[in-house]
Design a protein. Sequence first.
Length: 243
Amino acid sequence: MSEPSRALVLFSGGQDSSVCLAWALDRYEHVETVGFDYGQRHAVEMAQREVVRTQISEAFPNWAGRLGPDHVLDLRGFGAVGETAMTQDRAFEVTEKGLPNTFVPGRNLVFLTYAAALADRRGLKFLVGGMCETDFSGYPDCRRDTLDALQSALNMGMAQDFAIETPLMWLTKAETWSLSKSLGGEALVELILEDSHTCYKGERGTRHDWGHGCGACPACELRVRGYDQWVAAGRPALEARMR
């Protein structure tokens, strides 16, 4: 049987999933992480996953005892099916469906299905993901309605009582920075700026005010805009809204 205070975080090593990991560690007694290798161009994020986990353990001793094992699942076959800009060297553009070609069809559905199978074996009740429909790239599998339907299907199909938690669902990227600050102060903000990876091109050269990245891909554009809005609005004002 799943224990109510055990969680599995879908952890890519990016900004959003790093915030979700901190959120889960602050909330649950035992937290494990799972990453997915689907042949993504920005494979550097897979390397940063362990860096973020290590830095969180060292910077936040009260969370270190709660952080359990990490799991990496090979989904390269699935990634190849979509033939998107996330797995192929293609320019970023909008498709005829009106979606960015960084959208990997069914990715979150597959990720959460695999995560649920792992959670079933590990006795983990809560599946935590960084999906967000307030400030995102237009991906339909990031919407809460989609995840509610999937949660019902997983629970019926696996005779379980999983809960898919999405702490960023209704937050803007600016408010995600505020959540980081409220969870772990400036230390967590700096850790995410320095060690997480979000850039689709895998650029980890220059460290900008908002972190590492090319600054031009869709993921970087969202991150830069959110960080600038957070700074421009004043951190205390936005952080007060998170309490």
